[in-house]
Design a protein around this ligand. Structure first.
Ligand code: IVH
Length: 701
């Protein structure tokens, strides 16, 4: 760290990892996390590193060493997690003395009446006999169990699979609404159960903060609450605005409590928050009235609920009723239907994915749907828009169920503005302006500007550099992404312009002069590439290695192929016939090649690449070699050449190389370690040779 940086008041940076106390280690992990984030920002966003690579690496090494020694202190925002370090040690397991079960669901009035009838039948009560219930909101949170011994909070666990949960005691201790001591007279042992949740207001504020600091934003309050409880660093849980409603008991050794409503009152006296909407209901009619009332005030409640819960009020009856499978006979959850809301469809936006797929997204006037602000909804594809006849300016009904992406259920026809125009799906890519085509029988329209489209460029360049294409070591996805982010890589030809950035690249984190030189050398080595690899590297839809080879063989040179494909794209019948005459080239493939060449951006990118690269024509496959026309399979380890080289050599000699053995196989070249393919070859009586025999056959010895 430079001398300019002011040291924080408490600094243990000079203490050896082995000498750190847990508290000091936690402080150090916090300091390191902050420092590393700051240096990452300086590097990546501002391009102005504050320290040398080696110093930065030392920070990361120290962080990793402390985490290794104190796995329980690993922070949720650990810098090592960001590079995909293995997950830190988890939580200890806790077996629940009384299982934490789930609830059966009711979806309509009939289900609720049937629940009441079922309970009476089981208890041999007469139809319509008095039966009191407790009704409570069903909080959309995370259920936990809290064990108090002699009034002291000693252990807290998540539900887990119902039998065994995770010990999150340390995290729960940071939640103010979980009393560390019970008030008043406390039983010897009591397990209080309830729901951890976050209010919507707290959730929105927290997400806004997370967004500002570049941290993870959560989809809804439930996920946020669950994430906060399952943090490995209690200091993070402590910062999250978590709350707790108590509603039931697990293990209990204390004076008898007779009803659920009495329990709720008792829990409050012990110091727990209980839901103020809890009501005693005399019969099913009262339950349904309760459901209707809560449904009406649902969006005014400060927290998310997904229904209400009815419980037989008397505990003696609950005990008699017992459980069936995973849920109690004495309770049921009456669920609310999926949330819907009407809002205005402001705009239909077209997003372009990595593979060029155009996907329509509805941009909405933000609307509160069951407590979550929804501003976008999926429209799936072109046909879906037509089916719903969704138009910009329309009022639409949005539905949100659980975590799924909000959907447009329907268009409110009566509210359509007079000037609303039918949506015309673009035929040009909104990102690069290239033509977007939709093949017969497919639902998806795709951008054809593969080589120049910003939405696809990372995927295309990764393909371009891959082993079976240009084979540039050091240009994997991560580096392609980084170089593209810096604006240095937009299309394949730019790879050969990277030398101009060598200095700045070497100064970046994770690079250094050596690795830059290595990359540049790998690139230089590709100034000449076999023509078939050149074709494959362009990433034309459906043009795989084998097809690229057929094209390269047939058209011989880049210039001839380019001219012929342009003719096909122009609609020249003779050129098209020639293309279709190639073995294995069909209509769909020809259409994809034509679409590629019809797009001027692609041609520019291809020509730009050709300025740097010589596409070397393939050797004419020999017709007089001993393997000409034969089908060869390689298996096992080859010691004198790579599998790729052997393949290329065989093809140059006019042989076909297959991946698996069949009746049609003529020769199996089996190196050491050959397994099932060898057995298969013997079964079919295929001629099997070893590597030396292959080398002789190929004329290499
Ligand atoms: S009583 C034996 N009461 O809903 C089950 N559960 O679907 C006792 N929940 O795991 C559960 N609010 O996480 C009960 N007022 C409430 C509830 C509630 C939310 C959750 C709880 C349970 C799940 C069952």
């Amino acid at each position: 760290m430079s001398a300019k940086t002011k040291r924080p008041a408490k600094d243990y940076s000079a203490v050896a990892v082995d000498d750190l106390s847990p508290a000091h280690a936690a402080a150090e992990l916090e300091r390191l996390a902050k420092a590393i984030v700051r240096h990452d920002l300086a590097y990546h966003a501002k391009d102005a590193p504050l320290i040398a690579d080696s110093e930065y690496d030392a920070l990361k090494r120290r962080n990793a060493a402390i985490e290794k020694r104190f796995p329980l202190l690993v922070r949720g925002d650990s810098p090592s997690a960001k590079v995909g370090a293995p997950a830190a040690a988890g939580f200890a397991k806790v077996r629940h003395a009384v299982p934490m079960l789930s609830l059966d669901n009711a979806f309509d009035d009939a289900d609720v009446r049937e629940f009441g009838a079922r309970v009476r039948r089981f208890l041999s009560f007469a139809e319509g006999a008095p039966l009191a219930f407790s009704a409570e909101p069903k909080i959309d949170g995370l259920s936990i169990s809290l064990l108090y011994e002699d009034g002291k909070f000693v252990k807290g666990a998540t539900r887990g699979d119902g039998e065994e949960g995770e010990d999150v005691t340390a995290n729960l201790r940071t939640i103010a609404e979980i009393p560390s001591m019970l008030k008043g007279e406390a039983p010897a042992a009591i397990e209080v159960r309830g729901e951890i949740y976050m209010t919507r207001a707290d959730f929105l504020a927290m997400n806004a903060e997370q967004e500002k600091t570049g941290d993870k934003v959560f989809a809804n309050p439930r996920n946020a609450a669950a994430g906060a409880v399952r943090q490995l660093d209690p200091a993070i849980t402590a910062k999250r605005p978590l709350r707790f409603f108590a509603y039931t008991l697990g293990r209990y050794e204390g004076p008898e409590i007779e009803t659920q409503t009495a329990l709720i009152a008792r829990l409050a006296r012990w110091g727990f928050r209980t839901n103020p909407e809890t009501r005693a209901c005399a019969d099913e009619g009262a339950l349904l009235a309760y459901y209707a009332r809560i449904g009406a005030v649902r969006s005014d409640l400060p927290y998310d609920i997904d229904g209400v819960v009815y419980k037989v009020d008397r505990f003696d009856l609950q005990r008699r009723l017992g459980f069936v499978a995973r849920s109690p006979r004495w309770a049921i959850a009456h669920k609310f239907p999926a949330e819907r809301a009407a809002t205005k469809l402001l705009k239909i936006d077209i997003q372009v994915g990595r593979t060029g797929a155009l996907t329509p997204v509805a941009i909405l006037e933000p609307v509160n749907v069951g407590g979550v602000m929804v501003a976008r909804a999926t429209l799936h594809n072109e046909d879906e828009i037509r089916r719903k006849d969704a138009r910009e300016g329309d009022t639409v009904v949005i539905q949100r169920a659980g975590d799924v992406i909000p959907q447009i259920v329907e268009v409110v026809a009566a509210k359509r503005p007079r000037d609303a125009k039918e949506f015309v799906f673009p035929e040009l890519c909104p990102v690069c302006g290239s033509k977007a085509v939709r093949p017969e029988g497919e639902a998806i329209r795709r951008c054809t500007g593969g080589l120049s489209c910003d939405a696809q460029v990372v995927e295309r360049l990764r393909h371009f550099a891959m082993r079976t294409a240009f084979d540039i070591e050091g240009l994997g996805e991560k580096n392609v992404e980084e170089l593209h982010g810096l604006g240095w890589l937009k299309r394949p030809g730019d790879v050969f312009r990277l030398r101009a950035h060598a200095g700045s690249l070497a100064a970046r984190e994770g690079w250094g002069a050596k690795s830059v030189e290595k990359l540049l050398a790998a690139i230089e080595a590709r100034r000449r590439v076999p023509f078939d690899r050149f074709v494959f590297a362009l990433g034309i839809r459906q043009v795989g290695e084998a097809t690229a080879r057929l094209l390269a063989q047939h058209y011989e040179t880049l210039a001839k192929w380019r001219a012929a494909m342009l003719a096909v794209a122009r609609g020249d019948e003779a050129a098209r016939a020639e293309l279709l005459a190639i073995d294995q080239v069909g209509e769909a493939l020809a259409a994809d090649i034509a679409a590629f060449f019809a797009e001027a951006h692609n041609l520019e990118a291809l020509d730009d690449l050709a300025d740097f690269v010589e596409a070397v024509p393939l050797d004419k496959p020999a017709t007089d070699s001993p393997v000409a026309g034969k089908t060869i399979v390689f298996t096992g380890t080859l010691e004198k050449m790579s599998r790729d080289e052997a393949k290329a050599r065989a093809q140059a000699l006019g042989a076909k190389v297959a991946g698996s053995v069949s009746k049609k196989t003529d020769i199996l070249v089996a190196g050491p370690g050959a397994g099932s393919k060898l057995a298969e070859a013997q079964k079919h009586g295929v001629h099997v040779i070893d590597e030396d025999a292959w080398l002789r056959l190929a004329g290499l010895t």
